[in-house]
Ligand binder design. Structure first.
Ligand code: NAD
Length: 480
């Protein structure tokens, strides 16, 4: 079986003690590769390499144009290796190949193109001051960035962190999720091929607590921690980072509300709502898992929604026609199905879906009549489970939507312009999509309110996090 190595200081590297773990294809439920298992030692070596590359190497000292050319070459290489990268993520986590080939890998290349250009073209403030002075801002690279990623959009979310960090002149240690190690090691090799100096992008594999992940968060040589994952993990990382006062940026869990008003275009609302909760088998932080539908259109919406949900094609994720893959691991499948088991006791009912048709699959599932206190209404399931609830008034819908500790995103479907703006403003969320879902402009702030995160990334928001802005104040005329 192949070995997926760490990538440290420009080299494929095993673990010192030879430790390994297996990565399992959730469709076949068989291990498909062995992975170097890193701990404190490997994380430390990767941080040391990144530190050297930052303190002594050319990367932070290059101009944006030169760095940008290397990042664009990396994007070219990602596109040239589309098939291999897409297959790596699909095999690791069971996401349909149509999504990894058609969306995730192209977006990963675009992440590098966007942030390379954004860094090169970003203006910095110049502030004319009274009294013969002026001030200006320098955005200097922050240093060594630890990027800790989840498994649900492996390469796409890793590059969402790595691209702005590199574009602003930092060096990086990336720890991919243990479930999805393969594409990260490929990416690091491509970066070297694109001309990135050794040590600028390092990858270390392993678990979180007591393993490579935790070691990165405790290392005082790390200057920034960018993390995407569960809110509970965010709490653990915040506590570890506090010891060194390391700044953190967290993109955490969600329990997205999706509000369908009676004046919505119902065809569009059904189609977007299906995508919002069932794409990637619901393993999406932004999933519209709480669906609130105005009573006048509730029955019609529900009928169409259930019909569309039942029409989604499960199958082998490597088959280009598959729309619904298995869940990412046996452990995650057990977690999602355990939530389904709580539905009757909590007062709800499942009208379609449930575990199956085989292996680690869960069918698109629709839960009705669940009270706001039900676990499926309050906790992030991270599976293909929509809880649908009727509402009567706009204020009731907003109150129900905001009744959650999370606040990553929400969706609003209405043809009433005033309502669209009013409700978007009233929702407690980092992103509100009106009459759409998942449409991104990488200049926009991305992040969450409450338990859904700390800080924002994207465009200038990424610049704020990955740089140390410095104010330079100059006297224009000699002063005593
Ligand atoms: P997770 O928190 O279990 O793991 C994420 C990463 O953190 C993994 O690499 C893991 O090894 C590492 N990790 C775990 N414990 C750690 C510790 N104590 N110290 C350092 N590293 C540690 O999350 P997951 O199951 O991989 O991903 C699913 C979660 O991610 C969901 O909650 C989802 O909503 C969230 N998510 C959020 C966004 C967003 O943009 N807000 C995007 C995707 C996923």
């Amino acid at each position: 079986m192949d070995l997926i190595p760490h990538f440290i200081d420009g080299q494929d590297t095993g673990s010192r003690d030879g430790a390994r773990f297996s990565t399992v294809d959730p469709f076949t439920q068989r291990p498909w590769a062995e992975v170097a298992l890193g701990g404190e030692e490997e994380a430390g070596l990767a941080v040391a390499a990144a530190r050297r590359a930052f303190d002594e190497g050319p990367w932070p000292r290059m101009g944006h144009t030169e760095r940008g050319e290397i990042l664009h070459r990396l994007a070219d290489l990602i596109e040239a290796n589309l098939d291999e990268l897409a297959l790596a993520d699909t095999t690791d986590m069971g996401k349909p190949i149509a999504d990894t080939r058609g969306k995730d890998v192209p977006r990963s290349a675009y992440n590098f193109r966007f942030f390379a250009d954004h860094a090169r073209l970003s203006p910095a403030e110049a502030l004319p001051m009274d009294g013969g002075h002026h001030a200006y801002t320098r955005y200097e690279p922050a240093g060594v960035v630890a990027a800790i990623a989840p498994w649900n959009f492996p390469l796409m979310l890793e590059t969402w962190k790595v691209a702005p960090a590199l574009a602003w002149g930092n060096t990086v240690v990336l720890k991919p999720a243990e479930q999805t190690p393969a594409s990260a090691s490929l990416l690091a090799r491509l970066a070297l091929e694109a001309g990135m100096p050794p040590g600028v992008l390092n990858v270390v594999h392993g678990y979180g607590p007591g393993s490579a992940g935790e070691a990165l968060t405790r290392d005082p040589r790390v200057d920034r921690i960018t993390f995407t994952g569960e809110s509970g993990t965010g709490r653990a990382i915040a506590a570890a980072a506090a010891a060194n006062l390391t700044p953190v940026s967290f993109e955490l869990g969600g329990k997205g509300a999706n509000l369908v008003f009676a004046d919505a275009d119902l065809d569009a609302a059904v189609s977007w709502s299906i995508k919002a909760i069932f794409s990637n088998a619901g393993q999406v932080c932004l999933a519209g898992s709480r669906l609130f539908v105005q009573r006048e259109v509730y029955d019609e919406f529900l009928e169409r929604f259930i019909t569309a949900a039942e029409a989604l094609r499960p199958g082998d994720p490597k088959d280009p026609g598959t729309q619904l893959g298995p869940l990412s691991s046996a452990e995650h499948h057990a977690k999602v199905t355990a939530y389904l088991d709580t539905v009757p006791a909590d007062g709800g009912k499942i009208v379609t879906g449930g575990a199956g048709p085989e292996g680690l699959f869960v069918r698109p599932t629709v839960v009705l009549d669940a009270p706001p206190t039900a676990r499926v209404c309050r906790e992030e399931i991270f599976g293909p489970v929509a809880v649908v609830t009727p509402f009567d008034t706009e204020s009731e819908a907003v109150a129900r939507a905001n009744d959650t500790p999370y606040g990553l995103n929400a969706m609003v479907f209405t043809e009433n312009l005033s309502r669209a703006h009013r409700v978007s403003a009233a929702l407690k969320a980092g992103t509100v999509w009106t009459n759409c879902f998942f449409v991104r402009d990488l200049r926009a702030p991305f992040g969450g309110v409450g338990d859904s995160g700390i800080g924002r990334e994207g465009g200038t928001f990424s610049r704020e996090f990955f740089t140390e802005p410095k104010a330079v104040v100059m006297a224009l005329t000699p002063t005593p």
